[in-house]
Design a protein around this ligand. Structure first.
Ligand code: 9MR
Length: 361
């Protein structure tokens, strides 16, 4: 991806640099970006996580139609942000995300309703009985999903309910209600989110096709067996391009494995998507590591291309400058498509190339 200089680009369309016209070099390029290419192949979205902040370069990349046509609020719709104390709803951050999406014509993957993390202590340590906790969930879902009725193209209704071995995580929801908390959450989301919104189960480390991936398939079948709406499974895809301290030996699987995992869910009649993609490695960055990362991004992209009901790929941020990874895994990072100085990395080009080669016929 090489952009013409502004002067060369202006010359191409018969203007000189002195011409007083506000032109963005990107819009002058005939090369389509990630989202433009993806949607031209008939798929729905390429997205990014959005935190609204004072960085005009980062926000400009998100606002542009070139690379992203969908956003996921990185934190603003989580329980601790929207209902920090019981029945006290705070929507300033979430409303700002929806306004941003309206203004810049982005879809919104809303994230997330029922999750054990970023859950205020009044819920996790409230010692509520089953009936009370269900009524608390209903009040939360009614207020949050109801407020953004039909504004969200997708909702991550239940997030990360599984342990690595495929058994249920011992969250307050599971401990108090049992596995029925999952179909109950979906039933409530279906009641309040609006008929235009697709309802997802979302989790990480499904990409390897191991016990956890089968656990997510079991959840999908469980909700379906209740006759309750569930429209998709989201694979977060927090991946690595090499074995790292945090990866437990795992490395982004080959394309066939990834494709097979997507089909575990797609074959049951629902959509699939990569919802939080990033590919980290042990820093510092080297040329070889960037190449391995680019290959991993290409495998993920190709697997989504291979499965028709894989509607989109959301990348968990724009620039390495703001990624959550170094804060959690101290020696790892550099997981996104733009480096800390907002240069596009080889992973950007490899992802774009895969999309450009995608023959939709
Ligand atoms: O990127 C998010 C980061 O800003 C928060 O501090 C963190 C807190 O848990 O959550 C991050 O996003 C997570 C997402 O909501 C769910 N899947 C894992 C993501 C990375 O931790």
């Amino acid at each position: 991806m090489h952009l013409p200089s502004i002067t060369a680009a202006l010359a191409l369309i018969g203007l000189s640099a002195a011409t007083p016209v506000d032109l963005d070099a990107r819009t002058l390029s005939k090369d389509k970006g990630l989202a433009q290419s993806w949607t031209s192949k008939g798929r729905q979205y390429i997205g990014t996580a959005l935190t609204i902040r004072d960085d005009s370069v980062e926000q400009g990349i998100i606002k542009s139609p070139t690379d992203f046509n969908s956003i996921t609020p990185e934190n603003a719709m989580k329980w601790e942000s929207t209902e920090p104390s019981r029945n006290n709803f705070t929507f300033a951050g979430a409303d700002a995300i929806i306004d941003f999406a309206d203004k810049y014509k982005k879809e919104v993957r809303c994230h997330t309703l029922v999750w054990h993390s970023q859950l205020p202590a009044w819920v996790s340590e409230g010692n509520f009985d089953n009936k009370t906790l269900i009524s608390i969930m209903e009040n939360h879902i009614k207020n949050v999903a109801g407020r953004y009725k039909n504004k969200c193209t997708h909702w991550d209704v239940v997030n990360e309910a599984l342990e690595e071995d495929g058994t249920y995580r011992n969250s307050v929801f599971y401990k108090t209600i049992g596995e029925a908390f999952i179909p109950i959450s979906f039933r409530l989301a279906a009641k309040y989110a609006g008929s235009k919104t697709k309802l997802y189960y979302n989790d990480y480390n499904l990409e390897y096709g191991s016990a956890k991936a089968l656990g997510a398939q079991r959840i999908l079948k469980l909700v379906q067996s209740y006759g309750v709406q569930i429209d998709g499974v989201g694979l977060q895809a927090h991946l690595t391009s090499e074995s790292t301290a945090s990866s437990g030996g795992g490395v982004t699987p080959d394309t066939d494995t990834l494709t097979r995992v997507l089909r575990l869910y797609a074959d049951l009649g629902v959509e699939v998507a990569y919802t939080e993609l990033d590919v980290r490695f042990t820093t510092p960055v080297t040329k070889e590591k960037l190449k391995a990362q680019a290959d991993a991004y290409a495998r993920v992209t190709q697997s989504c291309i291979n499965v028709k009901s894989c509607v989109g790929i959301t990348i968990w941020g724009v620039s390495d400058k703001y990624s959550w990874i170094p804060g959690v895994f101290k020696t790892e990072g550099a997981a996104l498509l733009w480096d800390e100085q907002f240069n596009k990395k080889p992973a950007y080009d490899s992802m774009l190339k895969r999309i450009q080669k995608f023959d939709k016929s």
